[in-house]
Design a protein around this ligand. Structure first.
Ligand code: ARG
Length: 441
């Protein structure tokens, strides 16, 4: 369409847009994803217009029927929105004019694209919260069955990338994945709270003098209330910022969990299923942790999106600025990205297994029971620093002899002046279970 024919331009706007500028500046390729939300928002607005006596029942019915039919028609290919519009909002209004004629000119009564786009985005974010929650739930369910399958598997907990202490597989999974994701999920309730208010009625920035019933449109869209302040209603994106922050934090948690698996796999303690492993184009023996490396890499993108969104708003005054148009691409990418990563982690949980025997060997080789032996001495009455020094000396002596703590016999303990009953302290499985019991709920 030539700019002069666009319904969002008047003589005062100054003529037609340069076609190249229009093509560069249009948000339609991105915001056509808001088609369904935009139609829903417009239907609610028409209900507000009717309640305020600004359209007749018949006019409202014509507009509503057309708007409700559009998403299906676009999905089936029966309607193709014009590509030469500034955004999805103008493309829809321009289609409406062709579909129902002059009455389409009443749709934008008492409304601006500023409250319209804010409304669409809130509706999209509300659905996004539900989708992220349900994908977190799917991961938590998969994690629960992984934990059940590995109920009695003992593995090393690491500090400084070195074998530290024996632990149980379910306790590790809970700390590395389940509890962080549960906290992320809880944070989404805060996003939902920030989505409670309808922007419709905010208009361009100062509301409207017309009697549009914004309580009606708010209720029709499932918002708790109409806007309390038009400037805030149209110009704030705090809900989206918080949502993208939650996506970034989930990304961080999934990336950290992935780093754990990559480390365990590189130490030979985890077997990756062929369904999720990568191969090498040259080295025939490789089974690489590609899924986990990609999820870890995606975490970087989530942090980047959070920064992109923050700096988009940085330095802007209150209200609407065209800069805000760029928010949607970032928000969509963050939500799509995090849902895909959660799904990949869900799939991975039925495709990697801890290897009990290599885990046990690693615990023995790493003298992971040193702290347990030390605590055994303390339980027998020795001061901690004395016990700590004694066990440190035992570890050093064993290593000098090319041996490990776990290879000490009852006689060795006695020879070192220790109670031979402490032998059970040298069993990594006993140690892991005793430690895990302290955190049983
Ligand atoms: N395409 C714009 C966006 O996504 C729509 C809002 C336009 N409002 C305006 N005052 N130009 O932000």
């Amino acid at each position: 369409m030539s700019g002069s024919k666009s319904i969002a331009r008047t003589a005062a706007t100054g003529g037609a847009l340069d076609p190249e500028f229009l093509e560069w500046s249009t948000s339609l390729p991105i915001d056509r994803r808001l088609l369904e939300e935009d139609c829903r928002g417009s239907v609610a607005h028409v209900q507000g217009l009717r309640a305020g006596g600004l359209v007749t029942d018949a006019e409202a019915e014509t507009l509503i029927a057309a708007l409700e039919s559009l998403p299906g028609k676009v999905a089936s290919g029966a309607v193709v929105l014009r590509a030469d519009e500034e955004d999805v909002h103008m493309a829809i209004e321009s289609w409406l004019r062709e579909a129902v004629g002059d009455v389409a000119g009443k749709l934008h009564t008492g409304r601006s694209r500023n409250d319209q786009v804010a409304t669409d985005l809130k509706l999209w974010c509300r659905d996004a919260v539900l989708r992220v929650e349900s994908q977190i739930d799917a991961v938590l369910t998969a994690a629960q069955s992984w934990a059940q399958r590995h109920d009695s598997v003992v593995l090393p907990a690491y500090t400084h990338r070195q074998v530290a202490i024996p632990t149980m597989a379910p306790l590790w999974l809970e700390g590395a994945l389940t509890l962080p994701l549960q906290r992320d999920r809880a944070l989404l309730a805060g996003v939902r709270e920030e989505l409670a208010e309808s922007p419709l009625g905010g208009g361009a920035v100062g509301g409207t003098t017309l009697p549009v019933d914004t309580a009606v449109s708010a209720k029709a869209l499932g918002f708790e209330r109409p806007p309390v302040n038009p400037l805030d209603a149209i110009g704030q994106r705090d809900h989206a910022l918080l949502l993208v922050f939650v996506c970034a934090r989930i990304g961080l948690h999934l990336g950290r969990f992935s780093a754990d698996i990559i480390e365990l796999a590189s130490d030979g303690l985890v077997k990756l299923g062929g369904a999720i492993a990568g191969g090498s184009s040259m080295m025939p023996h490789k089974r690489n942790p590609d899924l986990f490396e990609l999820v870890r890499g995606q975490s970087a993108l989530r942090q980047g999106e959070l920064v992109q969104l923050m700096v988009t708003f940085q330095g802007l005054g209150a209200g609407y600025h065209r800069d805000l148009q760029q928010d949607k691409e970032v928000i969509f990418a963050a939500v799509d990205g995090v849902i895909n990563c959660l799904r990949m982690i869900e799939i991975s949980l039925s495709n990697f297994e801890l290897l009990p025997e290599p885990c046990l060997q690693s615990l023995i080789r790493g003298d992971a029971v040193a702290t347990d032996l030390c605590e055994g001495l303390v339980a027998g009455g020795m001061a901690f620093r004395d016990a700590y020094g004694k066990v440190g000396a035992l570890v050093a002596a064993q290593r000098d002899a090319g041996k490990r703590l776990a290879e000490l016999t009852a006689a060795d303990l006695e020879a070192a002046g220790l109670d031979p009953a402490l032998l059970e302290r040298l069993d990594p499985t006993v140690a892991a279970k005793r430690r895990a019991a302290r955190f049983a709920r």
